[in-house]
Design a protein around this ligand. Structure first.
Ligand code: IPE
Ligand code: IPE
Ligand code: MG
Length: 239
């Protein structure tokens, strides 16, 4: 957080893991199947990683499911993805609830189908009191949208745009910033994900395509993270 930086630390388990789940299309292409096949396989990987976070004691998992820029994909792919969100949420919400997972959605949902936004609201309400793991699904999300919206809301209230004020108006201000970001699929970019919140996040880029990402590789990512020294701009004591 901007106002109260944590101590210099060699971290153990990250409190908050954020994931850019990339590579579904290429995974399908390798198998000469349509992109939809890769997206469906990607749901399986998401399920595995939710479970793994739970087991490792991660507090928050944020999954980038659909960016604002993804609206520019062919309409057939966009509508397939919307259908897949509806189907996946319908199928998974009960077991997530049973396992103590709280679900939250971030992003601009104005152009989402009403059936989906209703399901999202219902899932958030059902799981609101769960405390084991918070699962944040970023859908229709853009980091620039998040920051611009926060700035706009400060302006509307006549408040100065300071880091602390902005921070308080971003999505989910009560959650810690990501400690670890994993991007699968080999690209080394953040693609307009949590731009503000990634200020001091440890970034891990892996070549594995998202549908192949499994518990073992997630455990390796945590192990890599535990070897990082987080300094937040300072020097370790005794230096
Ligand atoms: C990520 O996989 C899923 C979404 C963006 C919805 P992609 O669909 O981007 O897969 P690639 O990058 O084309 O392989
Ligand atoms: C990022 O992947 C968005 C999600 C994983 C939801 P993209 O495939 O859209 O990113 P670019 O276009 O390669 O940067
Ligand atoms: Mg991609």
């Amino acid at each position: 957080m901007t106002s109260d930086p944590p101590a210099i630390e060699v971290p153990n388990v990250p409190r908050h893991v954020a994931v850019i789940m990339d590579g579904n299309g290429r995974w399908a292409k390798q198998r000469t199947r349509p992109r939809a096949f890769g997206h469906r396989a990607g749901v399986g990987a998401a399920r595995r990683i939710v479970r793994a976070c739970h087991q490792h004691g991660v507090e928050v998992l944020t999954l980038f499911a659909f960016s604002q820029e993804n609206w520019q994909r062919p309409p057939t792919e966009v509508s397939l993805l919307m259908q897949l969100f509806v189907r996946t949420l319908t199928r998974e919400v009960k077991s997530l609830h049973k396992n103590g997972v709280r679900i939250r959605f971030i992003g601009d949902h104005r152009d989402f189908p009403a059936s989906l936004t209703q399901l999202m609201a219902d899932s958030e309400a059902l799981t609101a009191d769960n405390t084991d793991l918070t699962l944040v699904v970023a859908a229709g999300y853009g980091g620039q949208w998040d920051i611009a919206r926060a700035a706009q809301s400060l302006c509307a209230d006549g408040l100065p745009i300071t880091p602390e004020n902005l921070e308080a108006r971003l999505v989910l201000p009560e959650l810690p910033h990501p400690d670890l970001l994993i991007r699968t699929g080999g690209e080394k970019r953040v693609s307009n994900f949590l731009l503000w919140q990634l200020a001091y996040t440890e970034l891990l880029f892996v070549d594995t395509l998202w549908p192949d990402f499994d518990e073992a590789e997630f455990a390796q990512a945590l192990s890599w993270y535990s070897g990082r020294q987080r300094r937040f701009g300072r020097v370790p004591e005794g230096t």
